[in-house]
Design a binder for this molecule. Structure first.
Ligand code: MTE
Length: 387
């Protein structure tokens, strides 16, 4: 008998066909069969919706909303009422605020193109395997995000000199004893003109999967720094220390060997993304013909710029520069391609390696950490060339 539970675990990690695409519940109604507004996504979890972008999503510089990955630690708000909605701003401020959507929208609008990547993207490739959602390449997407500056809202509230960190809380439905999803960022990043309280994504009003009516976008930083369904901002004297800051989303302050554990005091909160490139095509195990074959993918580096992507067709013995697509914007990925002309049949290991404006590059293995965060080893795809 297929129970609801079996069904949920059974589909985990499989692709949802658009035609069969069911209507997945907003908050808990997981027995329905479609994820509204999402197509052909890889379902990593239905319990709290986690959807991975298929490799075809790397074909567009701006990711269509229906292909944009979704990562939820809990469910989004049910029965949301826009009239009742308020954003409160409190803590270390001179004038605590309670703002309606209209009041927020009367502030000047700004927009950025930002690559949002979940810190756990690529965890599924980590060896030894680590606990957590087994994302492969697609817990990442690039959106055009528009909204008001967090700095403008904080200026209205008047941050006291004691205010050093800014925490965010969403309208998530917090199940049982689970701690709420609250995280903080340093006040300097909060006041940066590119850090936005976003109401629009790719020219349309944010949809519920991505944080309607309001989300933070902390550009260049791990996805967890971009709180969805934002309802409360608090200015704090020190970093927030709840579950999703500590022990969650932390990075070791010393190098570890694979499999090694780390003490909490030897870790620091994750902030900006690392340099990374992935191959989106050809795909693993592809059978190709000799002659022209285009190898293509995307590369990004958080707050830094991609300066070079190299491709190897001999398992890393020699490297050639790939062509970077002209479309670019600070915080956004660069699409890249390489015209590869294999002359001989055989098995090939295609690899990609990006370098950024800080001089960081990808290594053969990712830097080990027990949660498999920021996986960015040189990407590799094995293909077969036949006559
Ligand atoms: N905000 C709230 N309120 N609740 C969440 O579970 N998940 C975070 C972040 N913001 C989350 C959240 C994580 S871990 C990521 S990677 C991004 O949202 C994903 O954003 P997306 O679902 O719009 O792609």
């Amino acid at each position: 008998m297929i129970t609801r539970r079996n069904f949920l675990y059974g589909v985990s990690g499989t692709m949802l066909a658009a035609a069969a695409a069911p209507q997945l519940a907003w908050a808990g109604e997981t027995s329905k069969l479609v994820v509204l507004g999402k197509e052909e996504m890889i379902v990593r979890s239905f319990r709290f919706l986690d959807l991975e972008m298929p490799l075809s999503g790397f074909g567009s510089w701006v990711t269509p909303v229906n292909h944009f990955f979704v990562r939820n630690h809990m469910s989004g708000p049910v029965d949301f009422d826009a009239e009742e909605y308020r954003l409160t701003v409190g803590g270390e401020v001179d004038n605590p605020l309670s703002l309606t959507l209209k009041q927020l929208e009367s502030l000047p609008m700004h927009s950025i193109v930002n690559t949002l990547e979940c810190a756990g993207n690529g965890r599924g490739f980590q060896k030894p395997q680590v606990f957590g959602v087994q994302w492969q390449k697609g817990a990442v997407g690039t959106g055009k995000f528009a909204g008001v500056r967090l700095g403008d809202v904080l200026a209205k509230a008047g941050v006291k000199t004691t205010g050093k960190h800014v925490s965010f809380r969403g309208l998530d439905v917090v199940p049982g004893k689970v701690p709420p999803f609250i995280r903080s960022i340093p006040v300097e990043k909060a006041l940066h003109p590119d850090t936005l309280l976003v109401t629009h994504m790719n020219g349309a009003v944010l949809n519920k999967h991505h944080g309607y009516p309001l989300r933070v976008v902390t550009p260049g930083w791990i996805g967890a720094a971009s709180c969805k369904w934002l309802t409360e901002i608090k200015v704090l004297e020190k970093e927030f220390d709840g579950n999703f800051m500590k022990p969650g989303y932390r990075w070791p302050t010393r190098p570890l060997t694979p499999g090694e554990a780390v003490k909490p005091e030897e870790t620091t909160p994750l902030t900006a993304l690392d340099v990374k490139s992935i191959i989106a095509g050809p795909t693993e195990g592809a059978k190709l013909k000799p002659g022209l074959n285009t190898v293509h993918g995307a590369a990004w580096a958080g707050e830094d710029d991609i300066v070079k992507v190299e491709v190897s067709a001999d398992g890393g013995a020699t490297w050639v520069d790939a062509k970077l697509d002209p479309q670019q914007s600070k915080y956004a990925w660069r699409l890249w391609s390489y015209a590869w002309k294999p002359k001989q049949r055989g098995e090939y290991a295609l690899q990609s390696r990006a370098t950024d404006s800080q001089g960081r590059t990808q290594g053969a293995a990712a830097k080990w950490n027990p949660s498999g965060y920021l996986y960015n080893a040189i990407d590799q795809v094995k293909v077969h060339v036949d006559a």
